[in-house]
Write a protein that binds this ligand. Structure first.
Ligand SMILES: CCCCCCN(CO)Cc1c[nH]c2c(N)ncnc12
Length: 229
């Protein structure tokens, strides 16, 4: 029996998801709120972690270890790097990395620490369902690499570093930590983002303007995927 975790980082990212459900039970735990719903015979737990890799790791691990979720879907917004990605466009992560994890002083590559790996791959079977849903709904979606770091990127200098170092298509602040947690706990997971800005000097303004609409794009697509699970 699948128990599904649906996660975002910000309230604005899960609000459009919660809107689809009634009879929501709220569980308070570890300075956060976890929303339990039943949907199409599925038990679902929904939460937003708060921003950044640490909060995202705590929430992902909690949804799996405490709530017993056996599949995790993430929905949210991201900064676009790949010029094909326009504001509002959807990206499904096929792999994720941490662009601010750096022990290069010891000759290691960016994003690597001993015992870890630079890229963590998402679950192929979930990506395949997502692509099928996109085709059925005539949605333009790209699959690509998402780079995660504990900073809001708003300069072409940092954006270019991330692009050239990891060949990343988009960037955000939680995905790779969710990936490490799910990979370590052997839980299938899926990371979906809609572009809110292009991580350059206009990023802050674009983010404010497009957070809500892009979060809704991602949420609406995620709900269609949930219906196929
Ligand atoms: C109050 C401000 C909260 C910013 C949180 C942004 N999220 C983090 O996951 C996604 C994101 C959208 N655009 C970004 C960018 N340019 N850099 C980093 N992260 C992002």
């Amino acid at each position: 029996m699948t128990k599904l975790a649906i996660m975002g980082a910000m309230e604005e990212e899960i609000e459009p998801l919660l809107a689809h459900f009634e009879n929501v039970n709220v569980v308070e735990f570890a300075n956060n709120k976890y929303y339990e719903v039943n949907y199409n015979g599925l038990e679902i737990v929904i939460a937003y972690s708060k921003i950044g890799k640490v909060f995202a790791s705590l929430t992902a691990a909690t949804m799996i270890e405490k709530f017993g979720c056996d599949t995790l879907l993430f929905s949210g917004v991201a900064g676009g790097i790949n010029p094909e990605l326009k504001i509002g466009d959807l990206i499904v992560a096929d792999k994720l990395c941490q662009h601010d994890l750096d022990i290069t002083a010891f000759g290691h590559p960016n994003g690597y620490v001993p015992g870890g790996k630079v890229f963590v791959e998402t679950t192929k079977s979930l990506r395949e369902i997502a692509i099928k849903v996109a085709n059925e709904n005539n949605l333009k979606v790209i699959e690509g690499t998402i780079a995660t770091g504990d900073q809001f990127v708003h300069s072409t200098e940092r954006k270019d570093f991330i692009q050239s170092t990891f060949n990343a298509d988009a960037l955000e602040m939680e995905g790779a930590s969710v990936a490490v947690v799910c990979d370590a706990l052997n839980v299938p997971f899926f990371i979906l983002r809609a572009i809110s800005d292009t991580a350059d000097m206009d990023a802050g303004f674009d983010f404010d303007e497009f957070l809500k609409s892009s979060a809704k794009n991602s949420a609406d697509y995620l709900i269609k995927i949930v219906k196929e699970l």
